[in-house]
Design a protein around this ligand. Structure first.
Ligand code: ZN
Length: 429
């Protein structure tokens, strides 16, 4: 007897009429037209069954703090960092936990079941670290939460000497934070940025941890810390375990230099996370016209064989006042900014918030295949491009074969002469 049988589903790779059989939290069979006794049977009615959305880049310690203590007037990264600095002394652990849990509710409802969140380690109290470790435990049965020790103010930039932030970061790792973060472009000098990349990669190598750095998040064509990140990755044997997040300076770099850089990044097996909603709003702020888009070179990175994922980065915080945990909205923006409009490129944008993002986190048992965890989302769309176009309703969200959330299908009743009684914005419906 199966625990769950999904029938008549479409899959991300284009297969239709597929059944997915689940026993004890795992997928045991994926086949067309399967019929077997099950505790629960779901007729997908031809809709798309997709593995859960994965957000490879988020800031859960800042989320839902919009307007506290004031609003970002300039809309720039730097005012956002200053604003976060004003908010930090006012934070309480209770409020941090409550806001993060509320965001996790939103995430589950949107089928977002794995999140890599950076957590600021520059406050010596490590209040946010304690709060997010507590949240990680609380949500463990429904969200895979991976924490990155993120020295927001720069690991070498501290006014009390360079040791302070390094020791805070090491303490956070001792407490159970999973990944080593950094922000080389925000260190005081370019040279210190380079030193920070080396120092942080060495800490990760010593501890056997992954690395995920905010890297070259500027419009400066000469900000080239990703080159150092690729170099240190290879020197320390960290291939496949290091992520460069943002990399917006690549947008503005010299094309010849990028042709060299792409090969170095591919050789180091770097992962790249672009954050389209944030990069399109924060970058190009110092331009008049024409204004640069500022997002990294997503299609070119993908063509070079580099794993590229899209992250949400921010929801209602000092940097971004919108968002709802909807990774299809993230992919939708990424597709537009990168002009990835071919059918295959649009499918790649959906991969960027599912399978590619899962690779960034190193998730085990991810996918709709026998042996994988029975984690999936039934969308109100028949294929990935339709899902992207409609930012489709998440009809049902499952984790380990258990229903976590469901949303009624989006249908508009029409009262028009000689026209259908309703529409779902799909051809043929
Ligand atoms: Zn970030």
């Amino acid at each position: 007897m199966l625990d769950l049988l999904i029938k008549n589903a479409s899959l991300q790779d284009g297969q239709r009429g597929m059944s997915v059989a689940v026993r004890e939290g795992r997928i045991v069979e994926v086949a067309p037209g399967l019929d077997a006794p099950a505790q629960e049977v779901v007729d997908a009615q031809g809709m798309l069954l997709i593995p859960p959305f994965v957000d490879p880049h988020f800031h859960m310690d800042a989320t839902l703090s919009f307007g506290m203590p004031r609003v970002n007037q300039s809309g720039t990264l730097l005012e956002g960092i200053a604003l976060w600095g004003e908010l930090k002394p006012l934070l309480t652990q209770e409020a941090l936990v409550e806001r993060a849990l509320q965001y996790c509710d939103w995430a589950v409802a949107k089928g977002l079941l794995a999140i890599r969140t950076h957590v600021d380690v520059c406050d010596p109290r490590l209040l946010a670290v304690e709060a997010l470790l507590e949240v990680k435990k609380k949500v463990a049965s429904y969200i895979d939460l991976q924490l990155v020790a993120f020295p927001q103010d720069g690991v070498l930039r501290g006014f009390n000497g360079p040791q302070q932030h390094t020791s805070n970061l090491e303490r956070a790792l001792d407490m159970g934070v999973d990944v080593v973060g950094g922000i080389p472009h925000f260190e005081r000098t370019y040279d210190q940025g380079t030193q920070s990349v080396r120092l942080l990669c060495e800490i990760a190598a010593r501890r056997g941890l992954r690395v995920d750095m905010h890297c070259d998040e500027s419009d400066d064509p000469h900000s080239r810390h990703v080159e150092t990140l690729a170099f240190e990755t290879q020197r320390l044997g960290l291939q496949g375990r290091v992520t460069g997040s943002h990399l917006t300076s690549m947008h503005s770099m010299d094309n010849y230099y990028v042709s060299k850089l792409l090969a170095l990044m591919a050789e180091a097996k770097l992962h790249v996370v672009s954050n389209p909603l944030i990069n399109i709003t924060l970058q190009g702020r110092h331009d008049t016209y024409p204004k640069r888009r500022g997002m990294t070179r997503v299609p070119e990175l993908m063509a070079a064989g580099i794993n590229v994922a899209f992250g949400h980065d921010c929801v209602m915080d000092p940097w971004y006042s919108l968002g709802s945990g909807d990774m299809l909205e993230v992919a939708h923006m990424g597709m537009h900014v990168a002009q990835m409009t071919s059918q295959s490129a649009m499918r790649a944008c959906v991969d960027a918030v599912t399978v590619n993002a899962a690779q960034v986190l190193g998730l085990e048992g991810y996918g709709i295949q026998p042996g994988c965890h029975a984690d999936f989302v039934l969308l109100q769309a028949r294929n990935p491009v339709e899902a992207l176009r409609l930012r489709a309703t998440r009809l049902k969200v499952f984790k380990r074969g258990k229903l976590l959330a469901q949303t009624p299908a989006s249908v508009s009743q029409l009262h028009l002469p000689d026209r259908p009684a309703s529409t779902q914005w799909m051809n043929g419906f």
